[in-house]
Design a protein around this ligand. Structure first.
Ligand code: P6P
Length: 314
């Protein structure tokens, strides 16, 4: 079947069809994304069936691990391995890079269940993925990703992917298929919503205090859930907004992870017409020096990101 063939149907196209006809990628990357989507279906199920509670262990960031964190991590690992397309992966739940098939074409970075501590209050949580060509990701930059995607497990389970030809949103339907909901999501230059992370740092960070003051004075509405996936999805879904998690005394280098959180979202937001910065440089161009690297992040509507960074660095 020639690549230009379009399936003429009134039904919403499947993720596979959309990747094939609009993803502008090869079969191997398309199959890898489909394996990740398949893993997300099992994570969706695990959230509803896995016993709550802690494992008694901690991840590389010293955070207590929930049983669901490890179950989700195992599910994703298995699907990456079964794809035979992954040379190595880096998971937020592992201290080291895990080598799989040495001659495989891609490396994958992922946070298996971002915001998992919110599962007991039934808030939306999500999984975040970045895909690089080749081997080790240390020395690379988020702009070197060939794809990034996330899934959000809320009242509806959604998947959003980007492969450099726009940002596209899918919903998991009642028969377990991801079908297209909206394509070519865009982010306006100005923000009407703000998500202020690391809020306690305004006590010792006057510039951040001034940023908050400006947003409140201008009537910009607060939207903050405590899960980065949900808060960034809010920006992509509403087409505007700004999310900030600056550094502070508690997190001198920022709290959020460059590899597993900020890098994939910088790639997605960039391709939706938004921007992501650490306050000084674009996250897309920030070199990965270690898998544990954290970074301050201001991400969303590009004019608002620009203004916020200017105010924060005064
Ligand atoms: P705080 C979740 O633990 C997370 O990594 C992100 O998803 C979220 O944006 C942030 O931390 C929330 O941090 O300090 O508000 O609990």
């Amino acid at each position: 079947m020639q690549a230009g063939y379009q399936c003429a149907s009134s039904l919403r196209p499947s993720l596979n069809e959309h990747l094939f006809s609009k993803g502008k990628i090869g079969d191997e990357l398309r199959h890898l994304i489909l394996h990740i989507a398949q893993a997300a279906k099992y994570v969706h199920s695990a959230i509803r069936t896995t016993e709550m509670g802690l494992t008694g262990t901690r991840n590389q960031f010293g955070e207590k691990q929930l049983k669901l964190d490890l179950v989700s991590d195992d599910i994703i690992q298995q699907h990456l391995c079964e794809s035979r397309l992954v040379r190595s992966f880096v998971s937020e739940e592992h201290k080291e890079i895990v080598e799989l098939a040495h001659d495989a074409p891609y490396s994958v970075v992922f946070d298996p269940l971002d915001g998992s501590s919110l599962v007991d209050v039934n808030f939306s949580i999500g999984s975040i993925f970045g895909i690089f060509r080749g081997g080790s990701i240390v020395g690379k930059k988020p702009e070197d990703q060939v794809a990034a995607l996330y899934t959000i497990y809320g009242p509806r389970t959604l998947l959003v992917y980007c492969t450099c030809n726009g940002v596209h949103e899918f919903i998991l339907n009642e028969v377990g298929e991801f079908i297209l909901l909206r394509e070519f999501l865009g982010i306006a230059d100005g923000a009407k919503n703000f998500s202020p992370g690391n809020l306690n740092s305004i006590l010792d960070d006057k510039p951040y205090h001034d940023v908050l003051h400006a947003w409140l004075h201008e009537g910009v509405k607060l939207r903050y859930s405590g899960c980065m996936v949900a808060d960034i999805h809010h920006i992509l879904s509403k087409g505007q907004g700004v999310f900030a998690y600056p550094a502070g005394s508690r997190y001198p280098d920022g709290k959020l992870r460059l590899v597993f959180e900020c890098g994939p979202f910088a790639y997605i937001v960039h391709h939706a017409g938004g921007a992501a910065s650490d306050g000084k440089i674009a996250i897309m161009g920030k070199e990965i020096t270690s898998i544990e690297q954290t970074t301050p992040v201001i991400i969303g509507s590009c004019k608002e990101v620009e203004r916020t960074c200017a105010l924060l660095t005064r």
